[in-house]
Design a protein around this ligand. Structure first.
Ligand code: SAM
Length: 254
């Protein structure tokens, strides 16, 4: 009997075998790590800060002093963990997990300057196989990360597995605009300006060409919501931000 053909997944404009995607994505983030935070500001004209703050505001962090476990997956250089810790009490512990050592090196350097450093753990790991026990976390966040994970459905199942009953899943992700009049401008920006800004700042525009293709080929907001339901999440919803170019997805393990 012949083996069934391997699933293919999008990478840039190509479709590649599932097992090849992680290595290609890792190459992109090793290349961009030193300039990643600067590029976020330039690429979104600072808008990403407002979106990130919305995610933090939506996080159901308790007001009392019950110990609360926050897990930020594909956490990169640490922005989401740093924002949440800045607002949270000493009862909130954060774990920043990412597969890319170069991104985590930047996070470690920055964390060393923070007064909440002892409440944050940094772990190199894979969203598709989280090194945590079932029902061990209260809050799972993932910002601009899920689109880069090769097997998104597997990562969502893992997210649900590690959340406690009553645990909250929040995902910030770039998307296609749902305002037709913005489409032309957004396409020009992502096809032309984005790789140019990348080339200008980092000397190489190709990682940013990957970025725009990864956004274009990411499931629509409704399809992503359906994937969350398929993973077993409940009370699944999303909020479109900035004409739909970004979305904040919310779901619960009940
Ligand atoms: N969350 C950060 C932020 O808000 O700026 C970083 C987002 S960055 C666009 C995407 C991150 O996803 C990269 O740091 C990359 O290494 C990480 N990543 C890609 N595949 C992953 C995987 N399978 N498991 C964990 N992290 C992954």
């Amino acid at each position: 009997m012949s083996a069934s053909p391997e699933k293919t997944v999008p990478f840039g404009q190509e479709n590649i075998p599932l097992h090849e995607k992680q290595g290609r994505v890792d190459g992109v983030f090793h290349a961009v790590a030193p300039k990643y935070d600067l590029m976020n500001d330039l690429m979104s004209a600072g808008l990403h800060r407002a979106w990130r703050n919305l995610m933090i505001a939506a996080a159901s962090v308790p007001k009392n002093n019950r110990t609360f476990h926050h897990l930020d997956v594909a956490g990169g250089t640490g922005d989401i963990v740093f924002r949440l810790q800045k607002r949270a009490g000493t009862n909130v512990k954060s774990t920043l997990l990412d597969i890319n050592a170069s991104m985590l090196d930047v996070a470690r350097q920055e964390l060393a300057t923070k007064d909440f450093a002892d409440r944050v753990e940094i772990i190199e790991g894979n969203a598709e196989a989280l090194p945590f026990e079932d029902k061990s976390h209260d809050l799972y966040t993932i910002a601009f990360g899920i689109r880069n994970v090769p097997d998104i459905q597997k990562a969502l199942s893992e997210a649900r597995r590690v959340l406690k009953i009553g645990g909250h899943f929040l995902c910030l992700e770039l998307s296609q605009t749902d305002v037709p009049i913005l489409e032309g401008g957004y396409r020009f920006y992502s096809d032309t300006l984005l790789p140019k800004i990348g080339e200008w700042v980092t000397g190489d525009g190709s990682p940013y060409a990957y970025l725009k293709d990864s956004i274009r080929r990411f499931p629509s907001k409704d399809n992503f919501a359906a994937m969350l339901r398929e993973a077993g999440f409940e009370k699944v919803s999303y909020e479109s931000l900035a004409g739909g170019i970004c979305a904040l997805h919310s779901a619960w393990r009940i």
